[in-house]
Design a protein around this ligand. Structure first.
Ligand code: ATP
Length: 354
């Protein structure tokens, strides 16, 4: 087990900075997901933790010792790549044994570890098979097994479920989480898929443009996004944002949306020129004339609920509507917000207001 600390980490490729001055503590035994859009620097960060890439600035420590410029072998952490990291011409048992034989682990210890790992991953019946003939999920389990047998201090995983179809991905997410509950090995997992992140993570680190925007548990990331980018990146449909004008700050704060006062959680500072953030599930349709006025522009059916797109003077927003109340396109409605769930962002810096 291990605590990984990265401090002021930076990676430049010629004149392009892929990772900008990032600092982060990855706590011992936690499952941490690096989440962000393509090109945001997730893989580069992971590769620096693995030692496959050296930073151009900053430090990485593993359990207190500086490993910034140590080679991968000297770090005692295991990287799980996508399926392709297995040797297809070798058997499952050989694939599992290979890293251990390389490290000179004694025969009896190799057998003990392989039996244990095969039991955990339920692949005992596959030990005699060739990897080439295995189905996707089984191959992925063997790839995981190959990382686990090494009993490393930490696992690093770069989109390990990326090539699986949706159903298998969900199954493997459950397996991975169960595996983590059992092993409690510090894990860093890269994905651009927010559902995967939510399902797996103790902590989610949201990145964009080479920067860490927020590191928090899934609840904090969803409910208290640090900035507009995180608010819009997490949650489908994304959080609604409304321009609020002529704000009133104080103990029981209110902001003006389209001339109407809306209660918001108490503000510390002045919230002039703010953006009001409200998730679709916290917008309620009320009788026309009450709340904020608008009309239903479009509806989408999702079986368990409707998503209504609503036009108001303050902007367009989406509401999640209970499946029993079908909204009618073109209908005039009132909108009310779940006051305790509103968040406010500074309109200029786009950061969450305290
Ligand atoms: P993806 O999900 O697409 O892999 P990512 O968030 O993992 O995205 P990185 O692979 O870390 O992103 O890449 C970050 C940026 O750095 C990208 O713009 C990429 O083109 C650039 N980059 C990565 N490796 C190199 C390299 N060896 N030389 C030059 N640029 C690179």
């Amino acid at each position: 087990m291990a605590e990984i600390r990265i401090q002021n980490l930076q990676k430049r490729f010629a004149d392009f900075t892929a990772v900008k001055n990032s600092s982060l503590v990855l706590e011992d035994g936690k499952f941490v997901v690096l989440l962000g859009p393509s090109g945001c620097g997730k893989t580069t960060t992971l590769r620096m933790i693995a030692g496959l890439e050296f930073p151009t600035g900053g430090t990485i420590t593993l359990d207190g010792s500086d490993v910034t410029y140590r080679r991968p072998r000297e770090r005692d952490i295991a990287m799980v790549f996508q399926l392709f990291a297995l040797y297809p011409h070798m058997g499952v048992r050989d694939n599992l044994e290979f890293p251990l034989r390389n490290e000179g682990v004694p025969r009896a210890e190799i057998d003990r570890r392989i039996n244990e790992v095969a039991g955990i991953l339920r692949i005992e019946h596959l030990l005699g098979s060739r990897v080439g003939g295995l189905a996707g999920g089984d191959r992925q389990r063997v790839a995981l097994g190959r990382a686990i047998v090494r009993e490393p201090k930490a696992f690093l995983m770069d989109e390990p479920l990326g090539t699986l179809d949706a159903e298998f991905r969900e199954l493997m997410c459950v397996e991975l989480r169960k595996l983590h509950e059992r092993l409690k090995t510090t894990t860093v997992f890269v994905t651009h898929d927010q559902n995967e992140a939510m399902a797996l993570a103790d902590h989610i680190v949201v990145m964009n443009n080479g920067e860490i925007l927020q590191a928090d548990d899934p609840h904090g990331i969803y409910n208290f996004p640090s900035c507009v980018f995180v608010a819009r990146f997490i949650g489908r449909p994304p959080m609604n944002l409304l321009q609020v004008r002529g704000t009133v700050a104080g103990g029981d704060s209110q902001v003006q949306v389209d001339g109407r006062l809306v209660d918001v959680p108490a503000l510390q500072g002045d919230a002039d020129r703010a953006l009001l953030g409200v998730r679709p599930e916290h917008v309620r349709l009320v009788p026309s004339g009450e709340g904020l006025g608008g009309h239903v522009e479009r509806i989408e059916y999702f079986g368990s609920h409707w998503i209504a797109e609503l036009k108001t003077e303050a902007g367009t927003l989406k509401a999640l509507v209970d499946k029993h109340t079908r909204p009618v396109e073109g209908e005039r409605v009132g909108l009310a917000f779940d006051t305790s769930r509103l968040v406010l962002f500074d309109a200029v810096t786009e950061r969450l207001l305290p």
